[in-house]
Design a protein around this ligand. Structure first.
Ligand code: PXL
Length: 274
């Protein structure tokens, strides 16, 4: 007789990266590393490799709704993340279904541009992000350009970063992580965390590498996995920082451009002697 195992379930609503480093591929690989059952709803397919994005093909709106309905009618996720949402219309639909099914633990990674500069969410979708997604987000994880776009604040120092975190909280997200990687601040990267009461900083060593493709997706997927297994937001973020740091530290040598981070580094390299 087979034995059935109960596991936590996490859902990613995002785009596909044919190159396997970012998007739903990064999310599912990361969920697996955390021992979480991964599910995916695709918003768009990108034709992509380590040199860049060669094409973006949205899934029909009806196809998006059908996928969300299929999940909602059978497989209640313990946590959900959003990545590339493609357009304002798609954002509105995704928010509608998240609310309709009462899905909890929503992590919003407000993906806007791919590493090579290709647009994954147009500026015209910013209003929809603010109106529909931020108010239902438990955690939002913008990088500096995304935090600037969402708040209208130019972030070039710590004060501006804090101001942006306060504003994002006012817009409805309950926990804010502003990732500092895009700020040129020497040998360290400082992420700012705000829970509505206190701000704190996560500081780590800046890794000198061009293999950073999928960093944002992988980090937010790790947080999502941790939330699905019942971790607090604070410990989910702290563990996810360690996970992404080792993934960047031990990047994978494939392709000729920006190679992917290493989704199995945390388990295979850091913990192989445990
Ligand atoms: O890392 C942002 C991102 C998200 N989603 C998809 C992507 C990328 C970056 O390339 O391709 C599908």
């Amino acid at each position: 007789m087979g034995q059935l195992i109960k596991v936590s379930k996490a859902l990613t609503i995002a785009g596909s990266d044919s190159g396997g480093g970012a998007g739903i591929q990064a999310d599912l690989k990361t969920f697996q590393e955390f021992g979480v059952y991964g599910m995916s709803v695709l918003t768009a397919v990108t034709a992509q490799n380590t040199t860049g994005v060669q094409g973006v093909y949205p899934v029909e709106l009806d196809g998006l709704e059908k996928q969300l309905t299929s999940i909602g009618n059978d497989l209640t996720p313990d946590s959900v993340k959003t990545g590339m949402l493609y357009s304002g219309e798609y954002i509105e639909r995704v928010a509608y279904f998240v609310k309709k099914f009462g899905w909890k633990n929503l992590v919003v990674d407000p993906v806007m541009v791919a590493k090579g500069g290709a647009t994954l969410l147009g500026r015209e979708a910013l209003d929809a992000m603010e109106k529909y997604m931020l108010p239902i987000a438990k955690v939002v994880t913008p990088n500096i350009p995304e935090a600037e776009a969402l708040t209208g604040i130019t972030i070039n120092n710590d004060e501006a970063k804090k101001e942006a975190a306060l504003l994002l909280f006012d817009k409805g997200a309950r926990y804010i992580v502003i990732k500092g990687g895009h700020l040129e601040n020497g040998p360290h990267v400082t992420d700012l965390f705000f829970n509505g009461e206190e701000m704190c900083e996560f500081v780590d060593i800046r890794v000198n590498t061009k293999n950073t493709h999928g960093t944002g997706c992988t980090f937010s997927a790790a947080i999502t996995a941790e939330l699905s297994i019942g971790k607090t937001v604070e410990s989910a973020i702290s563990n996810s920082k360690k996970f992404i740091q080792s993934a960047i530290q031990h990047g994978i040598d494939v392709g000729s451009g920006h190679g992917p981070v290493n989704h199995f580094a945390y388990r295979r390299i850091l913990h192989e002697h445990c």
